[in-house]
Design a protein around this ligand. Structure first.
Ligand SMILES: C=C(O[C@@H]1C=C(C(=O)O)C=C[C@H]1O)C(=O)O
Length: 411
């Protein structure tokens, strides 16, 4: 794997997309255990490896900086796209820090991308081609040893209690608080092992890996394709328990005033931030229930027609952080997060996904994920807190949200 500085346009970069036969599963094409790039759902999506260029913006201007850098980069690429589908041509994988400070965001342009959409599989390669890397077998990690993270479970419970007290006193309407957990294995984790397990168990989620952040998120922050923008907003959660059927849990969730309020804040924050960019915006009146193996969520699919010439990254700048991962009002909630969470979220709960040369692409919210750094792994989960939240239930909810990545590590 190589890492290169931004090439100047006259460096003569060329990228070619061509059809690959036979039809293949992108995740199976990943040749090595690290430097893995992926965004797939139910067998479709894109994976990448090798590195033509990378950019690491930080601070409140990180989205604008990433957007400008990427435009300049693709402006200097001679593109030959023989497929012409969303995701073909040169693309960059993106993973943005949750917070303005501290935080490191990453934009990576892979040398090779393999993608699939329905019956079409393609490869995009930059010149000069690397010799085809032999696919190394996927390695199962040793049984992980878990330890408390920067915010222990008991401190998380205390932070939730404090947030409830503050919100009863009017400090905010909703705040999303998260905590972390660490895991260690004997040898560096093969990120593909996590991806394969997540994709198999959560086919309705977007399975992703960008610069060591690996997960399967059920929440689509934004997809932009031509002038159409869509989003799947989630907030309001329950989880399976003995004696309750899926239908009963779903009915309870739809009837829960607390969960409906949490959900309403999240939908409103997304819609209000997106509306100035849209000629039309369609927001469902009622949420539906998204059922996953570990949790059930209230979900709303929002869609609109973009009026302005705003790229996916600029739209993401406008909507991040939604109340699904920040809170309401945003500024008050972010202050509470800094004060009560007392940990660096890194890229957890930030936008993650890919962008193409047209400024289109897909960005999810990086949830149900972990930062993999060799044999050290940091897992994250959070919950929306409102004035009538019960701290014990929020601790349980966070544990349910850690399940996907824990199970993926444990195989
Ligand atoms: C913050 C997380 O999830 C978010 C919070 C939810 C909630 O509080 O009900 C539901 C889905 C996500 O928007 C997480 O998984 O870490």
């Amino acid at each position: 794997m190589t890492s290169a500085p931004v090439p100047t346009p006259d460096a003569g970069l060329r990228a070619r997309t061509r059809v690959l036969t036979p039809r293949a599963e992108p995740l199976a094409a990943l040749p090595g255990p690290t430097n893995v790039l992926a965004w797939t759902r139910a067998g479709d999506g894109v994976v990448g490896w090798g590195e033509v260029a990378r950019f690491e913006p930080a601070g409140p201007g990180r989205f604008a900086a990433a957007d400008a850098w990427w435009r300049e980069f693709v402006g200097g690429v001679e593109v030959r796209d023989e497929v012409g589908l969303p995701g073909t041509g040169p693309l960059a994988f993106v993973s943005m820090a949750f917070a303005d400070e501290p935080g490191r965001s990453v934009v990576v342009v892979p040398r090779v991308v393999v993608g699939r959409r329905g019956d079409t599989t393609w490869v995009t390669e930059f010149d000069p081609h690397e010799p085809a890397a032999p696919v190394q077998p996927v390695r199962r990690p040793s049984v992980p040893r878990y330890a408390e993270g920067e915010l222990s479970v008991s401190d998380y419970r205390a932070a939730v209690s404090e947030a409830v007290a503050r919100m009863r006193a009017g400090a905010a309407d909703k705040v999303v608080l998260a905590h972390d957990l660490t895991a260690h294995t004997d040898e560096p984790v093969d990120q593909r092992f996590l991806l394969h397990n997540l994709a198999a168990r959560y086919p309705g989620c977007w399975t992703f890996a960008v610069d060591g952040l690996v997960g399967a998120t059920p929440e689509l922050l934004l997809r932009r394709g031509a002038d159409l923008v869509t989003s799947r907003v989630l907030a309001g959660t329950t989880w399976p328990r003995a004696g309750a059927s899926g239908d009963e849990l779903a009915a309870e969730l739809l009837a829960s005033r607390k969960d409906r309020a949490e959900h309403e804040y999240a939908v409103r924050s997304l819609a209000e931030a997106l509306r100035p960019f849209c000629a039309e915006l369609s927001v469902p009146d009622e949420p539906h229930v998204l059922r996953l193996p570990n949790v059930l969520h209230l979900a709303s699919d929002v869609s609109g027609r973009v009026r302005e010439d705003a790229s996916l990254l600029r739209l993401a700048e406008a909507v991040h952080p939604t109340a699904a991962v920040g809170g309401t009002p945003t500024a008050d909630a972010l202050r509470l997060i800094t004060e009560l969470e007392r940990m660096d979220r890194g890229r957890y709960a930030g936008p993650v996904g890919w962008v193409d040369a047209r400024g289109d692409g897909e960005l999810g919210i990086a949830l149900r994920c972990a930062e993999v750094d060799g044999a050290a792994v940091r897992l994250f989960a959070g919950c929306g807190i409102v004035a009538d939240s019960d701290p014990d239930r929020e601790v349980e909810e966070a544990a349910a949200k850690l399940r996907p990545i824990r199970d993926a590590m444990e195989g």
